[in-house]
Write a protein that binds this ligand. Structure first.
Ligand SMILES: Cc1ncc(COP(=O)(O)O)c(C=O)c1O
Length: 494
């Protein structure tokens, strides 16, 4: 959000306990004229933050919400280090470089024993994707210039299920996004359709290892094989990027034989979120390239403060060091074995939750057993109540379980999604199922609000209709209406 605030007519913040120190209300939108004691400032802010959700019950997010106290200590100890000051903090830089190398090896980059891997730490997968996308765009432009061909109309091929950061990349860096549409029952990019969309202006095809919507892995191997054939036929050399934001720290531990990474020749770069299943708090991602050649040198700035050459390729300059240090802590502390144990445990809890949800008899599961540990499910019968109502009712127990509609062309399907992280236990899975059952029971005893909504949906904004809406269109309209209602309620409008 840019500057949206919680709707409130008050221009001041009133605090209960802080009134021991401050007697006058604090202005909400203007800097106070006077200072206040540190305990008062702490109390004012602490009291306001109480109304945030509980991160541990936030099943909407893949991002880590628990780390060991030893790592918290290391993070606090380095909170005052600016990562960019590489000459002052050479050890932190070294730890970043070690992480890049470990990740590259994990993803089977062809790095020789004497070589260092090519990659960089970022704020998250979004920044990593912007950098990878820029590298593809620049490389494609260089090649087109050399060939004397136009280089002003690049495009990128993805599934319609991509995370918003790909749409941002396309818009910010002026690349056309060509999306493969989804369909009911198939919620990831179809490699055949993706390859059909590839043309001479395609800078890369982006595949997702762990779709944000359903956790499902896209078939990168098939994409690679089909694209190799097309490249052979056309003389192009369209590459692949793998967005492994979530799956990059799942697949190597659970499915070591699955070929999705640099084992496939067309995969030139991969991003992964350190703050998702890399098990670090929010603020770290990674992008690694197959080879030095895949990262055009004119995008890289060289800093030699350290006496040796430190190439940098990032969108911003200053940032904290703590997350990088925390990532190194996790690699060192857990090793391959530790990550494998944690991810296996997440999978086991996913299974418990999935079976509990299936047992209610009211839902269809749309996530797959192979993928990111999450359960995505739809209501079998949405004629009386919707998943939006369930999501809303579960908030009462503290659960944050998002409901959303699928992208084009499956907008008439609405799902609930529970992401399973390390800190979600077997016991919590059982508790969540029992709360879902309770919500269903309560909903069954309430009159459906859908007949009213359906009437509104059928009628549109009161305008005369020229055609009778199909069941699918009405369903889409109902979901849109519900979503608007819930969003407005959350902002306190109704
Ligand atoms: C597939 C995928 N790509 C990219 C992102 C963006 O990641 P980040 O939040 O690390 O910027 C997400 C976030 O959920 C994602 O699921």
């Amino acid at each position: 959000m840019l500057t949206a605030t919680i709707p409130d007519t008050e221009a001041h913040v009133h605090s209960t306990f802080a009134s021991r120190y401050v007697r006058t209300p604090v202005p909400r939108f203007k800097m106070p004229d006077k200072s206040m004691p540190k305990d008062a400032a702490y109390q004012v802010i602490h009291d306001e933050l109480m109304l945030d959700g509980n991160p541990r019950l936030n099943l909407a997010s893949f991002v880590t919400t628990w780390m060991e106290p030893e790592c918290d200590k290391l993070m606090m100890a380095s909170i005052n280090k600016n990562y960019v000051d590489m000459d002052e903090y050479p050890v932190t830089t070294e730890l970043q470089n070690r992480c890049v190398n470990m990740i590259s090896h994990l993803f089977h980059a062809p790095v020789g024993d004497e070589e260092t891997a090519v990659g960089v730490g970022t704020v998250g997968s979004s920044e990593a994707i912007m950098l990878a996308g820029l590298a593809f765009k620049r490389k494609w432009q260089h090649k087109r210039k050399l060939e004397g061909k136009p280089y002003d109309n690049p495009n990128i091929v993805t599934g319609a299920n991509v995370q918003v950061c790909w749409e941002k990349f396309a818009r910010y860096f002026e690349v056309q996004l060509k999306e493969v549409k989804l369909q009911e029952g198939y919620y990831i990019m179809d490699p055949e359709k993706a390859v059909e969309l590839v043309d001479e202006n395609t800078i890369c095809v982006a595949a997702i290892l762990g779709s944000t919507l359903t956790g499902e892995f896209e078939d990168v191997k098939l994409l690679n094989d089909l694209l190799m054939k097309k490249n052979e036929q056309t003389g192009w050399d369209t590459p692949i990027h793998v967005d492994a934001a979530s799956g990059g720290f799942i697949a190597p531990f659970l499915y070591p034989d699955l070929e999705w990474d640099f084992r496939l020749p067309l995969v030139k770069s991969i991003n992964v979120s350190g703050h998702k299943y890399g098990l670090v708090y929010a603020g770290v991602g990674w992008v690694v390239w197959r080879d030095k050649e895949d990262l055009p040198d004119d995008l890289v700035f060289h800093i030699n403060y350290l006496g040796s050459d430190q190439p940098t390729f990032t969108l911003n300059f200053s940032k904290g060091s703590s997350q990088i240090i925390a990532q190194y802590y996790q690699f060192l502390r857990l090793g391959f074995e530790g990550y494998k144990n944690i991810i296996e445990n997440c999978m086991e809890n996913t299974r418990v939750l999935k079976e509990g949800i299936e047992k209610t008899g009211r839902f269809d599961i749309v996530s797959k057993d192979v993928g990111v540990p999450l359960v995505a499910f739809t209501l079998k019968d949405s004629s009386k109540h919707t998943v939006f109502e369930i999501s809303e009712s579960l908030r009462r127990f503290g659960w944050i379980l998002p409901a959303y509609t699928m992208p084009a062309d499956a907008q008439h399907i609405a799902v609930l999604r529970a992401v399973i992280r390390e800190d979600f236990s077997h016991g919590l899975a059982k508790r969540l199922v029992s709360h879902i059952e309770q919500v269903l029971k309560e909903m069954d005893s309430l009159p459906s609000r859908l007949s009213t909504i359906r009437a509104v949906a059928d009628d549109g904004s009161g305008a005369k209709q020229h055609h009778k809406k199909s069941e699918r269109e009405t369903q889409e309209e109902i979901f849109r209406y519900w979503k608007r209602l819930v969003d407005r309620k959350r902002l306190g409008v109704c």
